[in-house]
Design a protein around this ligand. Structure first.
Ligand code: GRF
Length: 221
């Protein structure tokens, strides 16, 4: 049985679209029941509607407090019988109470190899730091921003020619593959939050490697 999942967005919604597409597969363990945006004009809402998904635009400016906004979201989530929540470019802090109520069932994607580069402007900061590798992470959401236990990560090389735009595009392509995989792990029970760690039942092997510069067969670059 597919797990009823809500996606929270604030803008473009390309990760949301990747999740919606993945969930169309008959054997995918989650179904996308609804999309909620704190910005009613978010372009992602139109994409979701075109895909036949129920959408809710809850303008955070209409609420007196963070608590009352989260309460409004909670009412929608309960009414839709939601079991899991995937934040996809949801640019709004949630209250500790909300996050704790959804512990283990609330996930987020962040465009860096956490715990590096929490917060915004991750690609600028990775370039400034001279990183040879960069990437994206899907993690369980906990009250501390971008600090929850990591479910899955994808690394991409930073090319010498990269500017922010080129690097962001390479990471985004990885995000669109990583997020459906990670939501699938969570919805199927193969990635479980336990004592602030992720118990993972999925293949991880030593042969997986991403070197930058690349390691040639003779051990030189
Ligand atoms: C993505 O890079 C995501 O990792 C970050 O915000 C961006 C949202 O892009 N949290 P989109 O709305 O999914 O296109």
């Amino acid at each position: 049985m597919k797990r009823k999942t809500a996606i929270l967005i604030s803008g473009r919604g390309s990760n949301m679209a990747a999740l919606i597409n993945a969930a169309k597969a008959p054997n995918y363990p989650a179904e996308i029941r609804c999309v909620i945006s704190n910005r009613p004009a978010a372009p992602g809402l139109a994409i979701a509607r075109e895909a036949g998904i129920t959408t809710f635009g809850l303008d955070h400016n209409d609420y007196q407090s963070r608590e009352s906004f989260d309460q409004a979201m909670q009412e929608v989530l309960v009414a839709e019988a939601i079991e899991y929540i995937a934040c996809a470019g949801f640019m709004r802090l949630m209250t500790d109470d909300f996050v704790n109520a959804w512990a283990g069932r609330l996930i987020n994607i962040h465009p860096s190899l956490l715990p590096l580069f929490k917060g915004v402007d991750t690609h600028e900061r990775a370039l400034e730091a001279g990183m040879r590798l960069h990437g994206c992470s899907v993690h369980f959401t906990t009250p501390e921003l971008d600090a929850g236990p990591i479910i899955a990560q994808a690394a991409v090389p930073v090319l010498p020619s990269d500017d922010v735009k080129a690097l962001a595009a390479r990471v985004l392509t990885a995000e669109h593959r990583l997020y459906p995989m990670a939501l699938g792990l969570v919805a199927s029970g193969k990635a479980v939050l336990s004592a602030n760690r992720v118990l993972l039942d999925a293949p991880v092997n030593e042969a997986q490697r991403l070197w930058s510069p690349d390691l040639g067969d003779d051990g030189t670059a």
